[in-house]
Write a protein that binds this ligand. Structure first.
Ligand code: PMP
Length: 405
């Protein structure tokens, strides 16, 4: 028989397919609201000024070479990255209870975290991880790759275009003890719906009572509110409460380093001694998968995190990005409610947080936006706010108004 006869043809990735269709479209007012990457007001990718500055410094540094990094990554990077998410005064850090490893961006952190749990977690039954319904589609694939079955907990309520808090807490209560729950630390993808601090409090309480494990995915620190500390609040709160957890951290969005693949996995353990054993095993796993992580992006982020002037400049850049997105939310809301008097309630446009917004429109309406208005978005009605700008937001509001009427 012919080789690879049994290999079925996989469907293309839907997001990247959407981008391809957008690129082929010749309509002058076309808009791409699919991909989750920041665009400036001219719809162009944005190299953060602080990243340009850090790159200049690296280029002029005669002491740098292209040797291998340590297996667990650039130590100045992982240490500073842990402080960024856990807080400089974190007791867990002071007590040496955090094992940090540099990963291939957030995806790699999710993979390594899942792989570690698959090998070493004390599963109460079958290997299962609970995912929000819906979640970043890759979560399902990443878990399955390491032999973990993804199962879903209720999260988004289409009726309120908000959080199904009752359903979520019910799932936490009904799951067997020591279940693993994957939670988005801030700016939930794809819904843009986050629990309130009070709701996080209840979630933490139930997780502690049931001895659940929190798999915290943090891909948007700073991007949600514009404030790095504010967006790390839930993570720090969980650590403070003593919820057992790990954190997946990405610098793709908040530093605009998508293609450089800069990220980290942080596993918080009960003792320093346990943490050393955890780190040793992470190192063994990492060695067999990538040997050593790449150096360039980690050096850029390390410079930014460890140099107070660059750090301040980064915070400004983050505010530029988050601020522009928040402005677009406000303008879209204003156009829909005040100018077009579009039927329905649009409060969620300004209440949701981060890069994405769930518009609440039907798949048929999403389809109509693509086919009739040349506005590209995923079938579930998710839009990337970063695709809107002062030049196209009116056309988008007008098109949205037409399809819901
Ligand atoms: N987790 C979530 C929830 C995400 O939305 C993303 C980015 N789309 C990631 C992780 C990881 O992205 P990256 O690998 O580019 O850091």
């Amino acid at each position: 028989a012919e080789q690879w006869q049994g290999v079925p043809l996989a469907p293309p990735d839907s997001i990247f397919q959407l981008t391809a269709a957008y690129k082929e479209d010749t309509f002058d007012k076309k808009i791409n609201l699919g991909v989750g990457a920041y665009r400036d007001d001219n719809n162009k990718p944005w190299v953060l000024p602080v990243v340009k500055e850090a790159t200049r410094i690296l280029l002029n540094d005669e002491t740098l070479d292209h040797e291998y990094l340590p297996i667990t990554g650039l130590p100045e990077f992982t240490t500073a990255a842990a402080k960024l998410i856990l807080g400089v005064t974190s007791p867990a850090l002071a007590e040496g209870r955090v094992a940090s490893v540099q990963t291939i961006s957030g995806t790699g952190a999710n993979h390594l975290g899942a792989l570690f749990l698959s090998r070493f977690y004390q599963w109460s039954g079958d290997k299962k991880v609970w995912l929000s319904n819906p979640t970043w589609a890759n979560h399902h694939a990443i878990l399955k790759n390491v032999g973990i079955e993804p199962v879903e907990y209720p999260y988004y309520d289409p009726k309120t275009i908000g959080l199904d808090f009752e359903g979520f807490v019910g799932a936490l209560k009904n799951a067997p003890e020591r279940s693993v729950f994957l939670l988005h630390a801030c700016a939930h993808n794809p819904t843009g719906v986050d629990p309130t601090p009070e709701q996080w409090g209840t979630i933490a309480e139930v997780m502690l009572a049931k001895k659940h494990y929190a798999f915290l995915d943090c891909a948007y620190q700073g991007f949600a509110s514009g404030d790095l500390d504010k967006d790390a609040w839930a993570v720090r709160f969980f650590v403070e409460k003593g919820v057992a957890l790990l954190i997946c951290q990405s610098f793709a969005k908040n530093a605009g380093l998508y293609g450089e693949r800069v990220g980290a996995l942080h596993i918080v353990s009960p003792t320093k001694e346990a943490s050393a054993r955890v780190k040793s095993q992470l190192s063994v796993l990492q060695r067999s998968e990538i040997s050593n992580p790449p150096s360039h992006g980690a050096r850029i982020v390390s410079l930014i995190l460890n140099n107070p002037t660059l750090f301040e400049a980064w915070k400004q850049d983050i505010q530029t990005m988050a601020g522009r997105i928040i402005d677009m939310r406000k303008e879209l809301f204003r156009l829909l409610t005040e100018e077009f008097h579009t039927p329905g309630n649009w409060d969620h446009i300004v209440n949701q947080i981060g890069m994405f917004s769930f518009t609440g429109i039907k798949p048929s309406q999403s389809k109509a936006l693509i086919e009739e208005a040349h506005v590209y978005l995923t079938g579930n009605g998710r839009i990337s706010m970063a695709g809107l700008n002062t030049k196209n937001v009116r056309y988008f509001a007008e098109s949205l108004d037409k399809v819901v009427r």
